[in-house]
Design a protein around this ligand. Structure first.
Ligand code: GLC
Length: 801
């Protein structure tokens, strides 16, 4: 097979990422999820599955940081009965030379293909759109010229409940595992008679059992099975050479103790040119519906034609989801990203928050408050109802005084009030963005309980969120830092009480501005005016105390010491206050330009702007964790992609389309060297290591990052400039001067807007004239079209008319 450069590439239609070399520098994964049941799967079939919560509802095990990496997974072995030779249908754990394997990640499905000694296999893994299970659809074909007698072993290692307890207390925990084979269903059923939820690590044991039964079944008659992992693998062996496959013999035994596995053996005969499809189903059902529901799901899905139909539905589901936005642009990478991969990642990050990835092992934090609030902007176009529900859930994590839990677990309800100062206003921004997108002001009337008792409308929740921030100002009238602001690792700057966050001030100014607009929109003019006055005082203070000459400082500690100033040896300039000075309107045009020029000058790298520079090299306990982190990594001066996106938005607001686009291109995962980057080239990572570390260009924490939602909206709302506002859709492009024309079709408040933007004079910003449905239209705000309708817009860029 001809070697491609790197490890993989997008398919022609952009809808798949094809991995030709499966020995990637790190596992490259995909998410198969319907929002309830989730399976993470790598190109080598590694990964884990859970129901609702990766900590409390873990179905299968995955060993974090295992060597070899990425074990176990969804393994399928074939054994030739005449020679005894065996191999796995994915390269790991028992594959031959890597050239025989190929994997393709698509939306909601992953296919792994292998060719081995005249046997071709293609396994497609997916999670159906609504049921709580996953399907492994195995297509086999004998391309050789002799008849083959084969045994097929499908294998999964169960966790059954609480993943953290399983990891730290397995010798005790495994006494509660139960697994049995049901000959009638050709299925193994497994559960645990004990279950803890939440942190679960105290001495007191909970008195309850896991609320699910897991099932593992095959569409072919099962000739034998095994429920013990250790019996199947054998002592001092691994998934690479399980004794059960090597000998071809399984014990056929249920277990009441130990490491539980699901192993099913099927016998197959394939003549030359013959093929067949085998379907393996792994899933869960609620305990109270067992066994009926489990049997029903097994019977329904363990069938080749039903599995094919279910896969078709998954494809349709994603086509429809992504159909909400479609872009034709001169830059193919941007179009592919906005149309597909960036949207897909944004939905995934919304579903998972920061809880379940190969970097977040699903063992500690649950749903992040600020993260989840930001994630809503990534799904609000295609699924506004999901954004609405999430905003309500988040408001339910607030206390009466407006503060909010920093994170919470959806199943156990547990969470923590950490005192991060920026949490409350993120709810305001999420809610305003939702109303801008949907026009649905009824959300503001929703009655939602506070965590510490009492209820209020969402609007009251928002007012209290604002109150929590405006009620916690430091000596200069700027918000106190607390345990951290957006940057979790500036965790000791706040001191006892009065250290101030300059970024926090800009962020609050932005939230006050948005809240004021929302109040005005709902007819509450007086309250809107009051909000504006509070904002003005804050803006004045920020400009009086925080301009350093060429950029804004980052923080002032309790002793009056400053972070992010030209007088600092390290951490001299931070990205966040510069970008947000522009986004919030705190900076006038001159300061805004100067601040963003300073970003370009001091923070610019080949892969986008760094979070700060120079990175800290000396531990400073009065600053915090950031100074303990390796220079050039994570918050200590990496290219922290989430924050880097704000530079794109700021540059667009300043009208500098070429610089915005330059940042966009530099941050594109697919533009980076696959070897250096190491993680997936089809999704954004939390950070890319900066030039202050020897691993410059190495990325980490892929998939679950605020970058996903923000980048999608930066491209669509600010560069392509088709942006919702309370009064309707705005056309406000900011593009590279070289672009001649592009098109955006977008759903907005139930209608389809087809927008063509022409740029005959090759400018970056400014709409000179516009027609709406063929008629001249003044200004750049399009009137709202009734739901179900369509609207054609042609905008011509040039000097505003
Ligand atoms: C991570 C966190 C996010 C935080 C950021 C900066 O991405 O998920 O909440 O704002 O780090 O510390």
């Amino acid at each position: 097979m001809a070697k491609k450069s790197g490890y993989g590439h997008f398919s022609k239609d952009g809808r798949q990422f094809v991995i030709e070399r499966v020995d990637t520098p790190s596992p490259w994964i995909n998410y198969l999820s319907n929002g309830k049941y989730t399976a993470l799967i790598s190109q080598n079939a590694g990964g884990y599955s859970f129901i609702e919560c990766p900590k409390d509802g873990r179905i299968t095990r995955w060993h974090p940081d295992a060597l070899p990496a990425d074990r176990p997974g969804r393994y399928i072995y074939l054994r030739d009965s005449s020679s005894g030779e065996y191999w796995s249908l994915s390269w790991q754990p028992a594959g031959g030379p890597r050239e025989e394997y190929r994997a393709a990640h698509g939306f909601g499905h992953t296919t792994i293909a292998a060719s081995h000694g005249g046997l071709e296999s293609e396994v497609t893994f997916f999670v159906p759109v609504s049921d709580t299970l996953e399907v492994w659809k195995i297509d086999l074909r004998n391309s050789g010229d002799v008849r083959r007698t084969l045994s097929l072993f499908s294998y999964v290692e169960f966790c059954l409940g609480h993943a953290l307890i399983d990891l730290i207390n397995k010798p005790n925990d495994q006494h509660f595992n139960r697994a049995r084979f049901s000959p009638d269903d050709g299925a193994i059923f497994a559960t645990k008679t004990y279950w803890v939820t939440g942190s679960g690590t105290g001495a007191r044991q909970e008195n309850k059992e896991w609320d699910r039964w897991a099932f593992f079944a095959s569409s072919l008659p099962v000739s034998s099975y095994e429920c013990s992992r250790d019996a199947f693998i054998g002592p001092y062996r691994s998934e690479a050479d399980p004794i059960g496959v090597e000998t071809g013999e399984l014990r056929g035994k249920d277990v009441d103790y130990g490491n539980v596995a699901g192993v099913l053996k099927n016998e197959l005969e394939l003549g030359p040119g013959e093929g067949t499809t085998v379907v393996i189903v792994l899933g869960v059902c609620p305990k109270e519906e067992f066994p009926g529901r489990a049997k029903e799901l097994v019977a329904r899905y363990a069938d080749a034609s039903a599995a094919g139909d279910a896969l078709g539905e998954v494809r349709k589901h994603w086509e429809a989801y992504m159909g909400a936005v479609s872009v034709e642009a001169p830059d193919e990478d941007l179009a592919r990203s906005v149309n597909y991969w960036n949207q897909y990642q944004a939905k995934t990050a919304f579903d998972m928050s920061r809880s379940a990835s190969y970097y977040h092992w699903g063992l500690t934090r649950g749903m992040g408050f600020r993260d989840s609030a930001q994630d809503t902007i990534g799904v609000a176009i295609a699924e506004p109802e999901l954004a609405r529900q999430r905003i309500i859930t988040l408001a339910g994590q607030q206390l009466k005084d407006g503060r909010a839990l920093h994170y919470f677990h959806p199943v156990s309800g547990e969470g923590e009030l950490t005192g991060h100062s920026d949490d409350p206003p993120w709810l305001v921004l999420a809610a305003v963005s939702y109303v801008e997108e949907t026009g649905d002001v009824s959300l503001l009337e929703e009655q939602i309980a506070y965590r510490d008792g009492g209820r209020g409308t969402l609007l009251e929740h928002l007012s209290r969120a604002i109150g929590a921030s405006t009620g916690s100002l430091g000596p200069r009238g700027i918000p106190v830092f607390g345990r951290g602001d957006w940057n979790d690792t500036l965790d000791y700057v706040g001191g006892e009480k009065s250290g101030e966050s300059i970024w926090g001030g800009m962020f609050l100014a932005h939230a006050l501005g948005k809240m004021s607009e929302l109040l005005g929109f709902t007819g509450m003019q007086q309250e809107a005016g009051e909000m504006s006055s509070v904002r003005e005082a804050l803006v004045k203070s920020l400009n009086e105390h925080c301009w350093d000459g060429k950029w804004y400082i980052r923080a002032i500690n309790e002793k009056g010491g400053v972070l992010g100033s030209s007088s600092c040896r390290e951490g001299r300039i931070f990205l966040n206050p510069q970008a947000w000075a522009v986004i919030s309107g705190v900076a006038g045009a001159d300061r805004g330009r100067e601040a963003m020029d300073s970003v370009a000058e001091h923070l610019g790298t080949r892969y986008g702007p760094k979070l700060l520079a120079p990175a800290y090299t000396r531990v400073d306990p009065e600053i915090g964790l950031i100074t303990r982190c390796a220079p050039g990594k994570k918050e200590n001066g990496a290219i922290f992609c989430h924050a880097a996106v704000w530079c794109i938005i700021a540059e667009c607001m300043l009208g500098r389309g070429d610089r915005a686009f330059d940042y966009y291109r530099k941050l594109l995962p697919s533009g980076m060297s696959q070897d250096l980057r190491e993680v997936e080239p089809y999704v954004y990572a939390q950070y890319v290591t900066s030039d202050e570390h020897e691993t410059f260009g190495q990325a980490s924490h892929s998939w679950l990052t605020g970058t996903a939602a923000w980048m999608f909206r930066a491209a669509l709302d600010y560069m392509l400039g088709v942006r919702p506002s309370l009064g309707g859709l705005l056309i406000d492009p900011c593009i590279p001067e070289s672009w001649g024309e592009y098109r955006v079709r977008r759903l907005f408040r139930g209608a389809v807007y087809d927008v063509v933007v022409k740029n005959p004079l090759r400018v970056s910003k400014g709409v000179a004239r516009m027609t709406v449905d063929g008629r001249e239209h003044a200004g750049n705000r399009i009137p709202v079209v009734p739901a179900g309708g369509e609207c054609t817009v042609i905008a011509e860029m040039g000097r505003e008319g």
